[in-house]
Design a protein around this ligand. Structure first.
Ligand SMILES: [Fe+2]
Ligand SMILES: [Fe+2]
Length: 330
């Protein structure tokens, strides 16, 4: 290889590196990306500086271009971050179009067909959000009332309740749950006996629930018609009044003998106030306290479809107390 051809090869290689990295390389950068050694360059050109002068490029130009590239990169990062932020802001909020609202299962004293009923509803309506109004577990043995000696111990009740809830974890891996008089008994007892909240396990740990099961005092969702709906265990027996006071649609549970939805309007806006009924086993001894009440529990749930509340009763055979297998919106 003669001196001239080596010189041309070095210049060609320098040009290649220049194109690849987007600016005229420094000596260190050429060592990293180029094919020729420093001594070969010095043998041909005398020095790195002479070589760069021979190419018509200069250190100043290279530095200037590097700074430009850095500036372009910084600008690109800024633009990307801001476009991501704008994208987040312009992302439509989650608008629930089909919400299932469950309440008052009182596991393990729930209706024997409650889980199958919920699975059948989910198969039919494919809900995109599920809210549990509370009393998901009964915890009779933990309650402030006398413990019925014919019922299970607190530990046994918890074991059985968890087995039931595991079915729900599989069917509904994401759920919002309202705190309630039965569901929150552990923390109510803690409060009563002066035990700080931080010393008690949280709901998910006690019940082995997925982290996407989220307990809170109340929940609010935006529906696909743009309106909001509030969920709470119970603000009071008159759900219509409670909904009107808050100026938004409301779903409550707790009142086992109340199932259904009422509609009300204010100027051009329409709202609903709904009670979920329950999913208890009325034949269980856990509800023996209620036997003298002429009003019987109503089994069912509420479905919210594009901002409209629909009652979904769980029809049972009055003799055998088993679900008929029908799904009856009315
Ligand atoms: Fe309840
Ligand atoms: Fe309750």
């Amino acid at each position: 290889m003669d001196e001239k051809s080596l010189k041309d090869q070095i210049l060609d290689d320098l040009h290649r590196v220049h194109l690849e990295i987007g600016f005229f390389p420094s000596r260190r950068q050429y060592r990293e990306y180029g094919k020729f050694s420093s001594s070969q360059i010095e043998n041909v050109f005398g020095s790195w500086t002479s070589m760069t002068l021979a190419t018509g490029a200069s250190h100043t130009e290279g530095r200037k271009r590097r700074e430009e590239v850095r500036g372009e990169l910084a600008e690109k990062i800024r633009t990307d971050a801001s476009s991501r932020r704008e994208q987040r802001l312009s992302d439509p909020p989650f608008l629930a179009s089909r919400i299932l609202v469950i309440s008052d299962m009182h596991a393990p004293y729930h209706h024997p067909d409650a889980i199958n009923f919920l699975k059948a509803l989910n198969a039919k309506f494919k809900f995109d959000a599920v809210v549990n109004i509370g009393d998901e577990v009964d915890q009779h043995a933990l309650s402030f009332h006398d413990h019925d000696p014919d019922l299970l111990s607190a530990g046994h009740e918890l074991d059985k309740a968890i087995k039931t809830l595991q079915e729900l974890y599989k069917e509904f891996p994401v759920m919002k749950i309202c705190e309630s008089n039965h569901g929150s008994l552990l923390y109510r007892k803690g409060l009563h006996h002066g035990i700080p909240r931080v010393m008690l396990k949280d709901y998910n740990e006690v019940l082995g629930a997925p982290k996407e099961w989220h307990w809170d005092f109340e929940h609010k969702l935006q529906m696909s018609n743009g309106e909001f709906v509030l969920f709470h265990h119970s603000y009071g027996a008159n759900v219509l009044l409670q909904s009107q006071r808050r100026g938004m649609s409301l779903v409550q549970g707790h009142h086992h003998t109340k199932l259904g939805a009422q509609t009300w309007s204010n100027l051009n806006r329409t709202f609903f106030a709904a009670q979920t009924g329950c999913l208890i086993d009325d034949f269980s001894m856990a509800f023996r306290y209620n036997k003298n009440n002429i009003e019987r529990p109503l089994l069912g749930v509420i479905g919210i479809f594009n901002g409209h509340a629909v009652t979904l009763p769980m029809e049972t055979d009055p003799v055998h107390n088993r679900w008929t297998g029908k799904i009856l919106p009315y």
